[in-house]
Design a protein around this ligand. Structure first.
Ligand code: 5GP
Length: 190
């Protein structure tokens, strides 16, 4: 997606060979017009599928997932990272190791919001080692829901997550796929 790649080049900050900071439009401040385009792009790419639920993880997956939900008219469910008292035990949960925070979170989704009748599209902001997506797949599986694919705003293709998911036969669509962050520069796969 051209406009996204341009935005990454203009505003992204390469913090190391493995971490990209995009807090001017995705991870802290949000660019709503770009998010709208992102929602439309995901909807186009998965237009051959009927999606009944968009599933993401708080917090940075929520903006792109909501824009997609708006375009296709499907509800958006986000996995919580902190146990909520109101959720009690009525949840599906999974453990997710965070690449950027170097900590493990137990993520959870209420059993009320996913069922075997659902056709789920998983959305997230970044794909690195695939831990977050793996946790969401686990939750969808516990619910007996059908996962039609995974939509990622920024994949870091030099890490293993995307490759592992595709090897498992899971459809992964990323809107920008980074080849390398070496020397402080962002280079994309074509
Ligand atoms: P994974 O679970 O695939 O290893 O990592 C994906 C998750 O870690 C995303 O939800 C995202 O929040 C965070 N993440 C991974 N790499 C980056 C990065 O380079 N920059 C930012 N801002 N977040 C990242």
């Amino acid at each position: 997606m051209k406009s996204l790649k341009e935005k990454i080049v203009q505003e992204g900050k390469v913090l190391s060979d493995t971490v990209l900071k995009v807090d001017t439009f995705l991870n802290h401040q949000i660019d709503p017009l770009l998010m709208k385009e992102i929602g439309e792009e995901f909807a186009n790419r998965f237009s051959d599928q009927v999606i009944t639920k968009v599933l993401t993880i708080e917090s940075s997956g929520i903006a792109p997932a909501t824009m997609l939900g708006l375009v296709i008219g499907a509800p958006v469910v986000f996995a919580r990272k902190k146990k909520s008292l109101t959720l009690a035990n009525n949840v599906y949960s999974s453990k997710v190791f965070s690449f950027t925070k170097n900590e493990t979170n137990e993520i959870s989704v209420s059993r009320d919001f996913l069922s075997p009748d659902d056709n789920v599209l998983i959305i997230d902001d970044f794909l690195a080692n695939g831990e977050a997506v793996k946790g969401l797949l686990d939750i969808a599986e516990q619910a007996g829901a059908n996962v039609i694919g995974v939509g990622i705003v920024i994949e870091k293709g030099f890490q293993q997550g995307g490759q592992n998911l595709r090897k498992q036969g899971i459809r992964v669509e990323s809107l920008a796929n980074i080849k390398t962050l070496a020397n402080g520069q962002v280079e994309f796969f074509d």
